[in-house]
Design a protein around this ligand. Sequence first.
Ligand SMILES: *Cc1c(COP(=O)(O)O)cnc(C)c1O
Length: 397
Amino acid sequence: MDSSVPTHSLLTHLECSRTGESYDADIPQNLSRAGAPLLARYDLAKVSLTPAGLAAGPANLWRYAQVLPVRDPALVVALGEGWTPLLPVERLRAKLRFPRLTLKNEAANPTGSFKDRGMAVAVARAYELGSRELAVGTAGNAGSSLAAYASAYGLPAHVAMPDDTPRAFVAECRAFGADLALVPGLITDANAHVQQGIRNHGWFDMATLREPYRIEGKKTLGYELFEQFGGVLPDVIVYPTGGGTGLIGMWKAFDEMEQLGWIDSRRPRMISVQSAGCAPIVRAFENGEDHAEMWQDAATMASGLRVPRAIGDFLILDAVRKSSGTAIAVTEQAIRAAWSELAAHTGVFAAPEGAATLAALHELVASGRVDRDERIVLFNTGTGLKYLEAWFDEGTE
Ligand SMILES: *Cc1c(COP(=O)(O)O)cnc(C)c1O
């Protein structure tokens, strides 16, 4: 129980992201009949939250409870998700000569990654709607996060991940008491593995965008940036993209905030960053396509980016294009160099996914796609401490 959760959800219904068809939000739902993600809709006209009033809310993502789906605040078990620091990274600013560069440090979440935002909300809502066995195929962090919240709520969790996922994720899932399967292949194979349990045992599918509420947790990133920039949005957001939930979520938050009258129609340029070893979104962006084809032989030390096919591909590409942003692939060597550079100049030992955003910034500078006086946010999506094999692997000192 968390008595500091202040207000009630204004959730009205779910809407198919492809057809706009409405769905009942008060029963467990996965994909729409069109096979597309369902998006939560709220009665925004009734929102009493104001930018000024937000300051009095709890120091976690439940400060946005009116635009989150959990109806009964009393059932929420908060572990400290969200409301992470936006760091001014002074030494990195000076080195790169970007005086308004910032780092959003999502490593400060309960299990050390921003997956906690999504799972905090999705597990609470699954619990509220009576789902009792939760399952996810994962590249690592989502499994740890589901296992953590399932343990906090006392629900069984079934997690499948590639058998070469960094050891820390395996240890964490087992410690939290999850039923863990290590499967050969990639996250797509892990997802296929949990589908069996979903069909045969009625487990509830918690895979990203296959249930409607992880994105609701992730969208709080957008609300937080608005608050942390003093009631405006930054100019550029550099985001490491796997399934794209965070990017799609922020984009959704910006729309909601415009409807609330908090912002106008201007948007940050959304920069989607992937590894050259797995860059389906970048390829689709460059080819002018609306959907991204499956990436063959995906390989990157940034395991959260090793997502060869994303169910929300069309939503990512749409947000990137509408924002006048771009999509950039960075090499593994560039990620490694940026990993050291970021750590040595900020005091943040980032996940390699986070380091990829700094590698991308170098490319954006080289190609003249950012200006020095712009407010740029690099996203460090997780802690580097879970990727020690990759760190030691190639002898980075
Ligand atoms: C999952 C993950 C990503 C990718 O996030 P999406 O929202 O799925 O694109 C990036 N970094 C880390 C550390 C992750 O765990």
